[in-house]
Design a protein around this ligand. Sequence first.
Ligand code: MN
Length: 231
Amino acid sequence: MNYLFPPAPVVSVPVLGRAERFPVHRVYCVGRNYEDHAKEMGFTGREAPFFFLKPADAIVVVDAGQTATIPYPSLTKNLHHEIELVVAIGTGGANIAAADANQHILGYAVGLDMTRRDLQGEMKKQGRPWCIGKAYDHSAPIGPITPADQVGDITQSALWVQVNGSDRQRSQVSKLIWNIGEIIEHLSAAWTLLPGDLIYTGTPEGVGAVVSGDTMTCGVDGLTGITVRVA
Ligand code: MN
């Protein structure tokens, strides 16, 4: 096969204990999936789950023990952090029942759904797509994937982000409105999941702005944490 120009490189994420990396196919995100975050955004927290996507090349890999630097993005004056548990799909499928979802999960990682909140808000107001607020370059930092069989009960984990050492978000995965099995059931009814898909499962309350020079330290119990600095 010849191409007019070199195809874009495959985006991939390291997997703990493995030499082989996880090649990313799609990046799905769940909106408003913690009640107190839905409320802080002006909603009730009682909606059916809904989804948006980021392009695979929005991923920024944060290696264990390293600090990744992301640029302060263009067009915004209100860049927000959203700490999220990320589910990595290892076995694809359509119409997956929640009870069978675990068989499709390769592992878990810590992620940030970085958001140009002012642009997202403007799009919401106008009933337009969120892409410009959510799916911009470098908007999806992620840490190494821990294989599911090396993680305890992820549903009992805390998740948090500190900015310059101070707590900004701190909650529990158990507070997900739609749990991981239910997310996979709903998502796989709408799209055929494939190996390489990542699912950002939603953020708890406490989202807020970061500015140039801030450092975000993020974790989910049982997983490798990430540190991301805003240039
Ligand atoms: Mn989010």
